[in-house]
Design a binder for this molecule. Structure first.
Ligand SMILES: Cc1cc2nc3c(=O)[nH]c(=O)nc-3n(C[C@H](O)[C@H](O)[C@H](O)COP(=O)(O)OP(=O)(O)OC[C@H]3O[C@@H](n4cnc5c(N)ncnc54)[C@H](O)[C@@H]3O)c2cc1C
Length: 306
């Protein structure tokens, strides 16, 4: 039984590994160049991974990828699904760059999330390297020293990055439109740090880029920054569903995540989802890996009874 798994982050890799142990044949389709997903560039230690104290997301990704590469799993990189139709008991997947479609008995969506921007900031970031959408860019880790940084957003990532930057000799202004959604320890640490200026009820500024700075304009006020980080949270990567025949597009939750049951089954028989593309009270590597395993178990159970 062939299982097409979309995405080679923790959820997809774990699902592929578990499929093998349940006697299924996984084929993984990854749109990027690399294994590992969101954690690949995380330079912070993963505090939730019991058993590997101090291990960063980057190091953890290497550990998982090393195991994954040793598995007999066919993995297509730089490949995307361009069409999915139901065929007999399974699915027919057209893949970008491949002449022969993949015939699979079932599909697992493990496509994760992407940082949320706004169309305006997205356009600016495409031409101005000093505007960064989302966390964990190498510029944040390596290049930002002794700088004035504007951070838009009030969640954990916004405040965590402010602390990271302030500890490295930068001055951070956090501007959040409403209240703060970050956890209390982040808020308390930011309030205590003299290099962090925390502003709630701060309107979204208009941004314009110069050669080596970004000007932020608020009504009646403007200020130049060396960098602007946009930390507006994440959106699930469900755009791949546009390539699915409308009759087999799984239902989404109100927040736009894939709706699944406790077995990671979507609303469409034969289609499953795991990891951050589904709604979870606590997204994490462990959660994603456990959901990948659960999906594989559901596949074994469902396919053996069909
Ligand atoms: C800043 C930050 C810090 C975090 N810190 C921690 C932490 O300390 N500890 C922890 O446990 N978790 C942490 N997390 C959460 C953790 O990274 C995620 O929960 C986990 O990576 C989810 O795994 P996933 O496989 O569902 O998705 P992802 O890791 O997002 O992987 C999805 C994969 O799917 C691929 N993909 C997307 N669309 C397609 C498509 N159409 N076709 C094919 N492939 C596609 C992507 O390229 C990617 O490789 C953090 C996340 C962020 C963003």
């Amino acid at each position: 039984m062939i299982i097409a798994i979309l995405g080679a982050g923790p959820a997809g890799m774990s699902c592929a590994n578990a499929c093998l142990s349940f006697g299924l044949t996984p084929v993984v389709i990854e749109r990027g160049d690399h294994l590992g997903g969101a954690q690949r560039s995380n330079f912070h230690p993963n505090l939730w991974m019991l058993g590997f104290p101090g291990e960063t997301g980057e190091a953890m990704t290497q550990r998982l990828a090393e195991h994954y590469r040793a598995l007999p799993v066919l993995t297509y990189y730089r490949t995307q699904v361009s069409g999915v139709m139901r065929r007999a008991a399974g699915f027919h997947l057209a893949l970008s760059g491949l002449d022969t479609p993949l015939q699979a008995n079932a599909i697992v969506l493990a496509t994760g999330t992407r940082p949320r921007g706004t169309p305006e900031f997205g356009q600016l970031a495409a031409t101005c390297e000093r505007v960064i959408i989302g966390p964990l860019s190498h510029a944040i880790r390596d290049d930002i020293r002794g700088a004035k940084v504007l951070i838009l957003g009030g969640g954990d990532n916004a405040l965590d990055h402010a602390l990271f930057l302030a500890e490295r000799g930068n001055h951070a202004v956090i501007c959040t439109r409403a209240g703060l959604s970050a956890r209390r320890p982040f808020i308390e640490s930011c309030l205590l740090h003299r290099e962090i200026d925390l502003r709630t009820n701060c309107p979204v500024p208009r941004l314009s880029c110069g050669d080596d700075h970004v000007v932020a304009n608020w009504p009646g006020r403007e200020r130049a920054f060396d960098w602007v980080l946009v930390m507006y949270g994440y959106l699930p990567n469900t755009h791949v569903l546009k390539s699915f025949d409308p009759a087999i597009r799984p239902a989404l939750t109100e927040s736009g995540h894939l709706r699944v049951d406790a077995w990671q089954r979507s609303s469409v028989p034969g289609i499953y989802a795991a990891g951050d593309v589904t709604e979870s009270p606590q997204p994490s590597v462990q959660t994603a890996m456990a959901q990948g395993l659960t999906a594989a178990r559901a596949l074994e159970k469902d396919l053996s009874s069909s």
